[in-house]
Design a protein around this ligand. Structure first.
Ligand code: SF4
Length: 223
């Protein structure tokens, strides 16, 4: 993973490592990641806005090749500390053709939401991820994962943050997923609340999912 900064040093995008461009891991990388994850887990930056307090849910390793960037934990994930440990996660695993053991192998798969802590309830479902979180932590974590080759951007918050495109809707963006920068794939949220979207857009599960599953397995089978 290569993080790109603009002339003012602000985050402006990411590039994936080439498949053949394996960067040897140094022991120091693991130590740096461990220290960073300890810092993340101690974060209370926006705790004043969190109804259940801070409990950052993130999984990362310097050897990870696939990154999943989602939205924010729900209450069940907050309680267990396990990302995607809910019906949304069940559907995501089914889309990717991965069992729980494969999905939670952080040596291969990193998981970080746009907001690491449960943000609370709004009028129609959970509130958006806290806006402080991704700018505070994402770049630092991505820099410690040089082997990442594929990133799944799940839902509008991750896509709006990482994709500088002009699509007006998530549907339009997902339909044109092949036009995204290499290594970045936008997906709708697999929440049961999105059942209607899935029914209205059958092309997604019929055409897009098999191709994404193929790419994920090709990547994970490299080990
Ligand atoms: S949501 Fe992110 S920034 Fe806020 S307390 Fe949790 S880890 Fe820190």
């Amino acid at each position: 993973m290569i993080v790109k900064l603009d002339a003012k040093g602000q985050f402006s995008g990411i590039f994936m490592a080439e498949h053949s461009d394996k960067i040897p891991l140094q022991p120091a990388n693991t130590n740096r990641m461990d220290n960073l994850l300890n810092e993340v887990r101690a974060c209370t930056l926006c705790e004043a806005h969190l109804p259940l307090g801070s409990n950052p849910v993130v999984r990362a390793s310097p050897s990870a090749r696939l990154m999943i960037i989602g939205q924010a934990p729900g209450t069940r994930v907050h309680k267990t500390g396990i990302p995607w440990n809910d019906p949304s996660g069940d559907r995501l695993r089914s889309w990717l053709g991965l069992d729980r053991e494969q999905f939670y192998d952080s040596n291969n798969i990193a998981i970080m939401p746009m907001g690491f802590c449960y943000p609370g309830k709004g009028k129609s479902g959970d509130l958006p991820p806290r806006p402080e979180c991704a700018p505070r932590w994402h770049e630092a974590l991505l820099e410690q994962m040089p082997q990442l080759q594929l990133t799944l951007l799940i839902g509008q918050y991750a896509q709006n943050y990482y994709l500088k495109d002009s699509y007006k809707t998530l549907t339009e963006r997902v339909r044109n997923w092949r036009s995204c920068p290499p290594g970045l794939i936008p997906l709708p949220h697999p929440s049961p609340r999105n059942q209607l979207w899935l029914r209205r857009n059958p092309w997604f599960e019929e055409e897009v999912i098999p191709e994404i599953r193929r790419q994920v397995h090709e990547l994970l089978d490299q080990s």
